[in-house]
Design a protein. Structure first.
Length: 667
């Protein structure tokens, strides 16, 4: 990746850019005094207070220049930039500009403070930190990088020690800090943040896949060293196994747990919490008995249960599916744990309810309006409605997703409506990313398509997702469009047009719906504008989407319904130029006949001939002959033009007597 360190002081450079304008102000004053009135008075420019967004733009410019112009590592992918660039650039790369700027201004307040030009500004500590490049004193570098949470640099220094087989240079303090840091580097934070802040912190704390794979091997090497090991180190090492890929290291975790039991090493409370999530693997008991056993051991060790204790126990009931023998008993035991929480004065959090309901979308539970799952879900929603949760963790942010999955599995539209209303009106609406909210709010829309008799409610659900409604559930979207056409629900066209603009799926059904009937003038004008925009996008769309000739004919109908002959001719010209790429044959003769009649009235023989030549390739000879006769009778022409027209008619007739024409042609 190279060792170029230019740009490591990005924030300092950005501040220098800000000070530059203030220096110019001072220069103007000096110039004015030095001229002693021999020149017109110079007014110094106004002091410009740079906003956080402006400083972010300056940082973006600096980052792009540094990463693409120096060193061996050339890339335009911000997620592959040098570690010293990554944090700054990811902040800039987020879609929410103002919220990102606000967050950065809070995190790096000195950067955004106005400073007089003549006062020297000390650079931020982080900007000139020598922890990045100090390979001489590895012990100090590792300790410093652990303090700022830089996993990549910690692994870099550890790889140097591993290659030199020189782990003994670590002090006891750094050795213990290193094992604790590597054991919990993936631990999710549980704080109440805005969605944009969650995305930002996730990006800042990201680690590469290679680094993630190196951590277990490094931990195993460190724990195997002949160094003084405290019970806390063993606890941290055991906790490091309880991650998403636990199944791959379940054997090692079980062996380590047995060693700690045999050696009478006391377990910490957070270690008990980790064990609860995978209790059956370590105890060999079934799910319920394993969770009961670990809870009893924890209480016997003198630890009082907390909310996190019960959340871990519920997670253990959900995670260990291969040990579950009776799903109904698991749910019953989970309800007992929540009741025990309340009896101890512990209020269940959104994470608690989210973990609990994640076990309800199983095949074993009956469906129906009065099923036990629906009753339980309504009780859970009663618990969380209008409540303020001070802390929401990883699972709490997934509540909408999990609850909607239960509603979808139960095929219960009323439950989906209620969940959606809670998120639209309550503060919990902000606890997940906007895109995840949109994606999960598709579920009420899909259920409504098949279960809601009132079409206006279905349309309302669709329009509520605009403008991010590139709906990818094509089966449901297609059914929705067909229902709109079959029920002649054309009054919803103005509301649905924004959805049609943004979707690239089921375009044939969209065009079929819009072309089914001529609408009032103002509505038809909007439909025609949509068709014109779609025609502009057609060259790019045809690279990925197969278009049929009937779709183009529907666009012709839309243009003619709007009395826009110019658009109709543009569509027809596009069909001529791309005929080899468009699948299918002529289905509907009516738009071609209407265009022909228009150009006959205009005595435009050339365009009439183009229409006849296009239709003659796919239609029966009788259709071509009727078109030619209509032109001959109504358009003045000389003998040569008449001869050319008859030649087109003969070419259309010859060699086509055996061709089987489509029986679906609408004449």
């Amino acid at each position: 990746m190279g060792t170029c360190m230019r740009g490591s002081n990005l924030f300092w450079k950005a501040k220098l850019l800000q000070r530059l304008q203030l220096i110019q102000c001072a220069s103007c004053s000096q110039l004015q005094n030095s001229m002693k009135g021999s020149y017109p008075k110079i007014s110094p420019p106004m002091k410009i207070e740079r906003s956080p967004t402006a400083v972010l733009e300056a940082l973006e410019e600096t980052v792009g220049y540094e990463c693409r112009s120096h060193g061996k590592f050339h890339t335009d992918d911000p997620y592959l930039y040098y570690p010293q660039f990554r944090k700054a650039f990811v902040m800039l790369a987020q879609s929410s500009g103002r919220k990102t700027a606000k967050l950065v201004s809070q995190m790096y307040a000195p950067l955004f403070e106005g400073t007089p030009a003549h006062t020297p500004l000390e650079p931020p500590t982080e900007a000139f930190s020598n922890l990045e490049a100090n390979d001489d004193n590895l012990d100090a570098s590792i300790k410093g990088n652990i303090q700022i949470g830089n996993l990549n640099r910690v692994l870099h220094h550890c790889s140097i020690m591993k290659n030199e087989d020189n782990f003994q240079i670590l002090s006891n303090e750094t050795y213990q800090m290193l094992i604790h840091f590597l054991s919990f580097h993936e631990q999710n934070y549980s704080i109440n943040l805005e969605p944009e802040e969650v995305d930002l912190l996730d990006s800042i704390n990201m680690v590469s896949k290679r680094s993630d794979e190196d951590v277990p091997f490094l931990l195993e090497t460190l724990i195997g060293l002949d160094r003084e090991k405290t019970p806390e180190l063993y606890n941290s090492y055991l906790c490091s196994f309880f991650k998403l890929n636990f199944n791959e290291v379940a054997g090692k975790a079980k062996d380590m747990y047995k060693v700690m039991e045999d050696s009478k090493i006391p377990l910490e409370k957070r270690t008990y919490h980790s064990i609860l999530t995978r209790a059956p693997y370590l105890t060999g008991l079934d799910t319920i008995e394993a969770v009961k056993t670990i809870l009893e051991r924890m209480k016997a060790a003198g630890y009082s249960p907390s909310v996190e204790t019960y959340n871990s126990a519920l997670l253990g009931l959900v995670n260990n599916k291969e040990f579950n023998t009776d799903e109904a008993q698991i749910v019953h035991f989970s309800l007992g744990l929540i009741a025990e929480m309340k009896s101890l004065g512990l209020e269940p959090t959104l994470d608690t309810w989210s973990i609990f309901i994640s076990q309800l979308d199983k095949q074993v539970f009956a469906r129906g309006q009065d099923s036990s799952v629906i009753v339980i879900m309504n009780q859970v929603l009663d618990e969380i409605q209008d409540k303020k949760f001070p802390e929401v963790g990883l699972y709490g942010r997934k509540f909408l997703k999990i609850a909607m999955n239960v509603a979808l599995f139960q095929q219960n539209l009323a439950l989906a409506y209620r969940i959606d209303d809670i998120y639209k009106t309550g503060q919990n609406y902000k606890l997940v990313k906007d895109f995840d909210i949109f994606r999960q709010r598709l579920i009420p829309f899909v259920l409504a398509i098949f279960l809601e008799p009132d079409m206006s409610k279905v349309v309302s659900l669709c329009t509520s997702m605009q403008p991010k409604d590139d709906i990818q559930i094509m089966g449901a979207w297609k059914t929705f469009l067909e229902d709109l056409k079959n029920t002649k629900s054309f009054q919803f066209i103005p509301d649905l047009l924004p959805s049609f603009y943004s979707t690239k799926h089921c375009l044939p059904e969209v065009l079929d719906y819009l072309a089914a009937s001529k609408q009032p003038a103002m509505v038809q004008l909007k439909i025609t504008a949509y068709a014109e925009k779609l025609l502009e996008m057609m060259p790019n769309l045809m690279k990925n989407v197969r278009f049929f000739l009937r779709n183009m004919e529907q666009m012709l109908v839309i243009a003619l319904n709007g009395d826009n002959i110019n658009l109709a001719w543009k569509v027809f010209s596009f069909m001529q130029e791309n005929r080899s790429k468009i699948v299918g044959e002529v289905i509907n003769i009516a738009p071609y006949r209407d265009m022909l009649n228009y150009y006959i009235d205009a005595d435009d023989l050339r365009n009439c001939a183009e229409i006849i030549k296009f239709v003659a390739k796919d239609c029966p000879p009788a259709v071509t002959k009727s078109f030619v006769q209509n032109v001959k009778m109504n358009v003045p022409m000389n003998d040569f033009e008449r001869e050319q027209l008859e030649k087109i008619e003969m070419q259309a007739t010859e060699g086509k007597t055996k061709k089987l024409y489509s029986k679906t042609i609408k004449v």
